[in-house]
Design a protein around this ligand. Sequence first.
Ligand code: M6R
Length: 357
Amino acid sequence: EKGTYPHYMLKEIDEQPAVMRKIIQAYQNEEGQLVIDYNIAEAVSEADRVYIVACGTSYHAGLIGQQFIEKMAKIPVEVHVASEFVYNMPLLSEKPLFIFISQSGETADSRAVLVAIKELGHKALTITNVPGSTLSREADYTLLLHAGPEIAVASTKAYTAQIAVLAILANVTAKFRNQSIEFDLVKELGIIGTAMEALCDSKEEFEAIAREYLSVTRNAFFIGRSLDYYVGLEGSLKLKEISYIQAEGFAGGELKHGTIALIEDGTPIIALATQEKVNLSIRGNVKEVVARGANPCIISMKGLEEADDRFVIPAVHELLTPLVSVIPFQLIAYYAALHRECDVDKPRNLAKSVTVE
Ligand code: M6R
């Protein structure tokens, strides 16, 4: 039940710190070490390539998961949109391992790929929030999200849970493969829980941003580089699906190759700057659009901030920033939808799980 909350979406956004703690608990052994089923760690470790297949928000989580698995476990990863993969399968490696990411575990597009790769004799791991769901039953292995039921059509806590579970999977696989990891993931996830709480306590600021930038606009752009780009894709999907504002997530450096033509006087540009190595370049991209009249809203991370930034999120480990940097976007989308009097929990034309191909 949504209790005192006006919408499930807001309740589910607020549940994210608790979900982080639940996930840590669920994947920790008595000695406090992160663990997953031995067979899963072995299957991923032995793969010569991991194929992540998903749709929508779960696909966006997969893009972050790719970075984790490549950076921590040092296994090459491809991420595919399920509906494309099924009709246009890439040349597969010799020993592939498939990871299906699905909140509901019922998405037909993802299931079609699972059926196809099982016919080819490949192994599959499903990461889902729903035990006993179709994708869980039909895969060889399952990792659960422990996010609790997600009712709002717009996925929020499942996205951060997917990212956390992918981080744990990458971390445990890395250890299995004797790759050294120079940070303590349990400790970092703890820091993230606290940072998430601080962001959930800053609702008024995100409401103000939504009011200022998004209450009348027809369109909006989310820009970022590397991980921030992927979070921008998710921010734009959230905004589109519940506020009906035409929004696009873009890689900061790619704008000037065409899309910058869309920038007009006052076009909102929401830029994310949480990555040290691209901080200067994303700020350069913001200057390029400001010179064409855009109205910039920069959200940066503590330690990388500059004077005009609209909001500064607490510092967390550089690889794990999506877990926190998405929260401003979730809340901005929520308030934009509210201000525009949209049905937040049940946006038009959408169902919670898409069970047709
Ligand atoms: O249940 P799934 O994770 O497989 O669903 C995939 C997408 O349909 C889903 O993430 C959709 O994009 C959400 N409504 C986004 O908020």
